[in-house]
Write a protein that binds this ligand. Structure first.
Ligand SMILES: CC(=O)N[C@H]1[C@@H](OP(=O)(O)OP(=O)(O)OC[C@H]2O[C@@H](n3ccc(=O)[nH]c3=O)[C@H](O)[C@@H]2O)O[C@H](CO)[C@@H](O)[C@@H]1O
Ligand SMILES: C=C(OP(=O)(O)O)C(=O)O
Length: 436
């Protein structure tokens, strides 16, 4: 079993470059199969396990997809199979994002029903309600969800009960080829939705209002392949920002977009962290003493749930009591038990965690319970006394490229080792080169 081993006590200093966003590249690659003509070329694609999974999903459907040097090309002009089996959905829930494009183009899609995961039950009822409103029939049975429509989908007025990111993306993609206009209200406003809408619009779609509460989509008859560059990963950026802050270091996070990170920047500033916008990113300088604060996770532009566990690590080192309230996912506190193994004083009360700081963290053997929790444990390890060994790296590899190497390049004492204690460098990049 591979491990990331961290020896605490070093400051992070230097420059780190952010990769393309996982949560943008997955819907964009899924959307590329809507094009019935031409091929799409997608740049700044991070070498992640999730990208490999979406590639396998598309290859399995007979799309022609290849990855080389952070660029993906997709040619989906030939007829595709309209199914995504359980082996892919099990690995990555975002496989359900092929439902919208397949339904739009072929009037049929069958995808294994995603189960719950370590952060909650995560239903897809809102995706399905949206398809039904556009005239599709939905059948759920034998572990699959199947959607079909007679002829083209019909544009519709759809209100989302909660601003779900995945439902917004799936509905925009389905509506892009529907007959007439779709108005999607109370939709998600994440920057990754805007990136998807920009990609679709280049392909010939008519999507207006992405990034606001209401998106209007005028359906068109066909879409074509295009070239696109993925936006930087705001969560990876945020993770390195916390790394600089927690170690009292000075790091330029290249590619960090202030506009995408306002809630995080404001909370970190409240904690006493100095953050300065520079031409190509954000410079983050950690203070001698961090101050406690409270956060509540919310849909964008509120505080992102994907930064909750990393902020918990930072709060553990702050003076005073902080409170974290998780409102997006029902059960995203699995990392609390792992932090406790490192001497953290944490109390769960319903949907909140009370963090007593500052804690003298101690190195321990801990498991990444989800991908962000894995990053958070490494962050805690950076300031812990002694060695922290993080296992279950498969979660981290879903969403971070070379995390250990990048921390090490900033001066941290971190390495990834295999069972024999040999250093492992860049595992996902090696995998991708061998499968592309
Ligand atoms: C690949 C990707 O982009 N993943 C992100 C996406 O996940 P994902 O798109 O799955 O997250 P959603 O925004 O859909 O989920 C938000 C909340 O809505 C609920 N819900 C969602 C859909 C639905 O049909 N019914 C329903 O009740 C979920 O259970 C959850 O409680 O947004 C999350 C919230 O910012 C992020 O944490 C994930 O990193
Ligand atoms: C929860 C996350 O991703 P996913 O929706 O792919 O599980 C995440 O990126 O933190």
């Amino acid at each position: 079993m591979e491990k990331i081993i961290v020896r605490g006590g070093r400051q992070l200093n230097g420059t780190v470059k952010v990769e393309g966003a996982k949560n943008a590249v997955l819907p964009v690659i899924a959307a590329s199969i809507i094009a019935s003509e031409g091929k799409s070329t997608i740049h700044e694609v991070p070498a992640l396990a999730d990208v490999r999974t979406i590639k396998e999903v598309l290859s399995n459907m007979n799309a022609d997809i290849s990855i080389s040097n952070n660029t993906v090309t997709v040619d989906a002009s030939q007829p595709l199979k309209t199914e995504a089996p359980f082996e892919f959905v099990r690995k990555m829930r975002a496989s359900v994002l092929v439902l919208g494009p397949l339904l739009a183009r072929y009037g049929h899609a069958k995808v294994a029903m995603p189960g719950g995961c370590a952060i909650g039950s995560r239903p897809i009822d809102l995706h399905l309600k949206g398809f039904e409103a556009m005239g599709a029939k939905v059948h759920v049975g034998n572990g699959f969800v199947e959607v079909h429509s007679e002829g083209r989908l019909q544009g519709a007025k759809i209100y989302l009960d909660v601003p779900s990111v995945g439902a917004t993306e799936n509905i925009i993609m389905a509506a892009a080829l529907a007959k007439g206009k779709t108005v999607l209200e109370n939709c998600a406003k994440e920057p990754e939705i805007v990136d998807l809408a920009n990609f679709l619009n280049k392909m010939g779609a008519k999507v207006v209002g992405a990034g606001t509460e209401t998106i209007r989509i005028e359906g068109v008859e066909t879409l074509h392949g295009v070239e696109h560059t993925i936006i930087p990963d705001r969560i990876e950026a945020g993770t390195f920002m916390v790394g600089a802050a927690i170690t009292g270091g000075n790091v330029l996070v290249q590619g960090a977009e202030t506009e995408h990170l306002r809630s995080l920047v404001s909370k970190m500033e409240e904690m006493g962290v100095y953050i300065k916008e520079e031409e190509d990113g954000l410079r983050v300088i950690g203070p001698k003493k961090l101050k406690a604060t409270d956060i509540k996770t919310l849909p964008h532009p509120g505080f992102p749930t994907d930064m909750q566990s990393q902020m918990m690590a930072l709060m553990l080192r702050a003076e005073g009591t902080s409170v974290i309230t998780e409102t997006v996912f029902e059960n995203r506190f699995m990392h609390v038990e792992e932090f406790r193994r490192m001497n953290a004083k944490l109390k769960i009360e319903g949907r909140s965690v009370i963090v007593e700081g500052p804690t003298e963290l101690q190195g321990a053997e801990v498991a990444a319970t989800d991908l962000r929790a894995g990053a958070a444990l490494i962050l805690a390890g950076l300031t812990a006394e002694g060695y922290t060994r993080v296992t279950e790296l498969k979660h981290i590899d879903r969403g971070y490229v070379d995390l250990a190497e990048k921390f090490a390049s900033l001066g941290a004492d971190v390495e990834r080792v295999n069972d024999d204690g040999e250093v492992v460098i860049n595992p996902e990049k090696q995998q991708q080169t061998s499968v592309s």
